[in-house]
Ligand binder design. Structure first.
Ligand code: HGY
Ligand code: MN
Ligand code: MN
Length: 413
């Protein structure tokens, strides 16, 4: 079996990203969420590509699509390569999917030499990195890592369907979930290739980068409560306008985050009762806070709570916050980072750029189980979580070359 030249393989990876982008809940935009019919269809297509690459395939008890080739003897601990195939609403087609397809391609290129591999090679397409459907994220990789919290079974989507019911609807038995938990001795490490989702590689005119760590993140559901009233008859000094209060807090999130060099975002906001001539009595909104170091992330959250208390005192409002997700910063393992850097050097970049990931990734969850590292690929304008997300076929070819080089480097050790 001849391994196609890098350019042809990269073209095929791009074409497969295009094909996966057609598997969406609505043709107007790309959206594929956890345990949906679209997830099922994507798992089936990815399984076909894994089989074509010569991997033995299975879907684990958490809905992750998995594949494996044995090393020099059967049953060796595996080097796990992968990423996720779920998306945010109105997503780009490379966030997650590029990493899964690069992993499959590397496996197919390494397979002819697998009889010399000191480890097995596994590929995983994680089922829910984004948390779009149920709010909390990394449900696929946290199952694989064995860090599952049974409280999540009661999480409900916007239609009121619980995670438990969604598992059953997908054909999974929640009682069997623990069979998805991997043990540390089964793995030698986890590597993920992913678009940077930021402008730093492009600004430095680099195609690839080696990730040092993944930012720690916390997500909250926030509520600002005042009192609904008549938009015309209610004088300002008698208003308890929840939307004006929430708006002040949204500005404060940006101001505090800039001051502390953290990253705070309000991505969702809904005013109730939602009449054009009614003063909003309640606002539900989201908060995503992240930073390179957990302590400064937590200081940012503390400052935001203080700002909320000040706004509520001045406007006679109430503030409530429920934490729906927390993932502390995760450090990439030096020996695996060195492997990624060696892979990048094998593409001719003799001074690989190192950077921390502002975006969250499955590596955060997998780091509870085994060492991990990441390869970043330049994306146009740093744009992501948007249909304009784009990579070049040349950068994908370089990423494939580097990623394969990393596996060979780690095997040689
Ligand atoms: O939110 C993130 O950083 C990731 O893209 N899920
Ligand atoms: Mn994402
Ligand atoms: Mn991603």
């Amino acid at each position: 079996m001849t391994t196609p030249p890098l350019a042809a393989a990269a073209e095929r990876i791009m074409a497969r990203c295009d094909e996966l982008a057609t598997i969406t809940v609505t043709p107007e935009r790309l959206e594929r969420v956890h345990l949906s019919p679209e997830h099922r269809a994507a798992n089936d297509v990815v399984e076909g590509w894994m089989r074509e690459a010569g991997l033995t395939t299975w879907q684990d008890a958490a809905g992750n699509q998995c594949g494996r080739i044995e090393g020099r003897v059967d049953g060796l601990p595996a080097l796990l390569l992968g990423s996720h195939i779920d998306t945010v609403p109105d997503a780009g087609r490379y966030d997650g999917m590029l990493g899964v397809l690069l992993a499959i391609e590397v496996a197919s290129r390494v397979r002819p030499h697998a009889s010399a591999l000191p480890f097995a090679l596994e590929v995983v397409a994680f089922s829910d990195e984004e948390g779009t459907r149920f709010g909390t994220a990394l449900l696929g990789s946290r199952a694989l890592a064995g860090t599952w919290d049974d409280a999540w079974w009661e999480l409900r989507d916007s239609d009121g369907i619980s995670l438990f019911e969604a598992f059953q609807d997908f054909g999974l038995d929640p009682a069997r979930l623990p069979s998805a938990f991997r043990r540390p001795e089964q793995l030698v490490g986890y590597l993920e290739a992913h678009i940077e989702q930021g402008p730093h590689l492009e600004d430095a005119d680099r195609a690839l980068g080696v990730v040092t760590s993944i930012a720690g993140a916390r997500r909250f559901s926030l509520t600002m409560t005042g009192h609904a009233g008549h938009a015309g008859g209610t004088p300002y000094d008698r208003r308890r306008d929840a939307l004006v209060g929430a708006s002040e807090l949204v500005i404060a999130v940006e101001t505090i985050s800039k001051e502390l060099d953290t990253i705070g975002t309000v991505g969702k906001l809904q005013a109730y009762p939602g009449g054009v001539n009614v003063i909003p009595g309640r606002v539900d909104f989201s908060l995503d806070v992240r930073a390179e170091h957990d302590a400064v992330r937590d200081e940012c959250w503390q400052r935001i709570q203080e700002a909320a208390a000040d706004i509520c005192a001045r406007r006679t409002l109430e503030f409530d916050a429920v934490e729906i997700y927390r993932a502390d910063a995760a450090q990439c393992a030096p020996h695996l980072r060195d492997g990624i850097a060696a892979g990048i050097r094998s593409t001719g970049d003799d001074a690989p750029m190192a950077l921390y990931s502002r975006a969250g990734h499955d590596g955060v969850a997998v780091s509870a189980l085994t060492d991990f590292a990441m390869l970043f690929v330049r994306c146009a304008g740093g744009v992501s979580h948007h249909p304009d997300e784009a990579v070049t076929v040349e950068d994908v070819a370089a990423a494939l070359d580097a990623f394969e080089g990393t596996v060979r480097e780690l095997a040689a050790r």
